[in-house]
Design a protein around this ligand. Structure first.
Ligand code: NAP
Length: 257
């Protein structure tokens, strides 16, 4: 036995000790479980969502687990607020080690011709434009980390193109193009940008999409959370690919010749 930490192991022994992570959609579902798991792994979590009460409950859970968080009640459609978040992180920490772009909305499941333009716009605003604005605002801070990690939550809907899932499917396909482009632009830096397909998980969004389904048949956000910690860790080296939780495989999209 030795009291000396192993080389590369942070003094606390926690794999993400002293690392700073932003998680969007931290108030419930996948984002909440990811926030808690990142905090348990030692990261200081900057938890973003609109619902202040739920963020405060997350903060209690993080503290009880011996972790720390900064709560940021924010509507991701307020793009100036995203820029202010970037400025505040720069001022306080000067860098960002991980960004988990998880917040998302389903919109309405209906034929393309019936969709209210306001619903279409909101799905694009939250699922696509807000993630671009996060990259725009936080990329300089990720580049200042020794191992900046960006993880964005996509869906099998991006490629299945099922009837009635139009806005959501289009938004996730756009998100995948966005993140793969970001991965290409950061290929020669320490930053790594990944997509994550969680598959069907027991959350409010899944319940809204599949009201007749028995939630007990689904895996939970807590099952997924350790994989998000892995993707957010300096040890993760892949970029521009999709980590597919249902199959535990890294899917590298084909590039045209
Ligand atoms: P959820 O339980 O509905 O949670 C969505 C989160 O996004 C909430 O924390 C919500 O917080 C936040 N959010 C939504 N609009 C926002 C806005 N305008 N500003 C700030 N935050 C906002 O959904 P989930 O199932 O955990 O989904 C998380 C991600 O996984 C999404 O990107 C979803 O598309 C993806 N996904 C989920 C499944 C699944 O089976 N669950 C499958 C594939 C992909 P507030 O309401 O407090 O703002």
């Amino acid at each position: 036995m030795s009291d000396t930490p192993l080389p590369g192991t942070p003094p606390s022994g926690k794999p993400l000790a002293n690392r700073i992570a932003v998680v969007t959609g931290a108030s419930r579902g996948i984002g909440r479980a990811a926030s808690l798991a990142l905090a348990e792994a030692g990261a200081h979590v900057i938890a973003v969502a609109r619902t202040q009460g739920a963020l405060e409950e997350l903060d209690d859970a993080v503290r009880n687990a011996g972790g720390s968080a900064t709560l940021v009640p924010l509507d991701l459609c307020d793009y100036d607020a995203i820029d202010r978040l970037g400025a505040a992180i720069h001022e306080r920490w000067g860098r960002l080690d991980a960004l988990v772009g998880n917040a998302g909305v389903l919109g309405k499941l209906m034929p393309l011709g019936h969709i209210d333009p306001k619903v279409w716009s909101n799905v694009m605003d939250v699922n696509v434009t807000a993630n671009w604005r996060l990259i725009r605002s936080l990329d300089p801070l990720l580049r200042r980390s020794d191992a900046g990690r960006a993880v964005f939550v996509t869906s099998g809907a991006a490629s299945s193109c099922r009837a009635y899932w139009g806005p959501y499917a289009v938004s996730k396909a756009a998100l995948e193009a966005l993140v793969r482009t970001y991965a290409a632009e950061t290929a020669t830096t320490p930053v790594r940008a990944m997509l994550l397909n969680p598959g069907p998980l027991r959350t409010a969004m899944r319940k809204a999409a599949m009201p007749g389904e028995d939630p007990d048949t689904l895996r939970t956000p807590e099952d997924l959370a350790p994989h998000i910690v892995r993707l957010a860790s300096p040890d993760w080296t892949e970029s521009g690919a999709i980590y597919d939780f249902p199959t535990d495989r890294v899917l590298t999209p084909q590039k045209p010749a």
